[in-house]
Design a protein around this ligand. Sequence first.
Ligand code: SF4
Length: 332
Amino acid sequence: MKHANVAIFVPHNGCPHQCSFCNQRAITGRLAQPSPREVQNAAGIAKNSLRGNTKNAEIAFFGGSFTAIEPGYMVSLLEAAAPFVKDGTFAGIRVSTRPDCIDEEILKLLKKYGVTSIELGAQSMDDRVLRLNRRGHTAQQVAAAARLVKSNGFTLGLQMMTGLYGDTAEGSVLTARKLAALHPENMRIYPTVIMRGTELGDRYLRGEYRTLNLEETVQLCAGLLDFFEDQGIRVIRLGLHSSPELERDMLAGPWHPAFRELCESVRLLRRISAYLRQNPQLKDSIMIKVNPKTASKAAGQKKCNLAALAQLGYRAKIVQDAGVEENCFTIE
Ligand code: SF4
């Protein structure tokens, strides 16, 4: 069944925090806050365009601070969305928020209006990195909020960032381990993009900060993707969405329109290389069979995976075979 979320961006206008990387306007692509009527319209349009085929879909309030916005306004948005869940049109409502903006009372309220899934912006599990980037919460608060979300029966999503000020690739791996231990159902991984008008942007312009480059970030995130998926945790987003504002205000950073594909391609190369190491009987001329949907990832950007395999001494040919599972391969 087609799975199509209705995504509604709720920017946190007047947010009291000043996270080092945040340029809310550029990231969400809009500043105006949606009205309850807009929520109803968006859900109604999705319902009609999918001809009722929305039972797996959620109404998703994105923006990162849903439970920190003005309570009356928050409830008005939930009231607009709730009837679509109550009548079975949508499976539930998803919200994303800060770990320090979750408590039993809020969770009770969210449940009452049909919220089923909560994403917490953890970003890092290193208190030093959280402090340096002015997140205004601790790793302990992330863990406490995550446990509360799960024990109250919500689906838990966690978000982490790589390349923050003061962080390292090794630090991101540690963060990933600590987040996985909280047993989220899904993860979003956002490499830090340095935006104009942010503290990180100023640091970058003063030469005090550089984030990981694209190559370093792809290598890191390919490993994180593998790590989470190995534990049955879905990575539902890897990299920021494109938007005109992002492209306009981005000073530097490992942004790429097909970031996930780059990571999956590196992961495939690692798996193929490991398989070849374990099977030394395979000759230098090999045929790698992959699903047609995986073929470009297997070859790599500008055939870089084939070039890497050539360096290992293999003349590899990619053959498309619909019988092979996506993101898997067989080698002859
Ligand atoms: S990322 Fe930080 S500064 Fe930006 S809206 Fe969220 S809490 Fe506020």
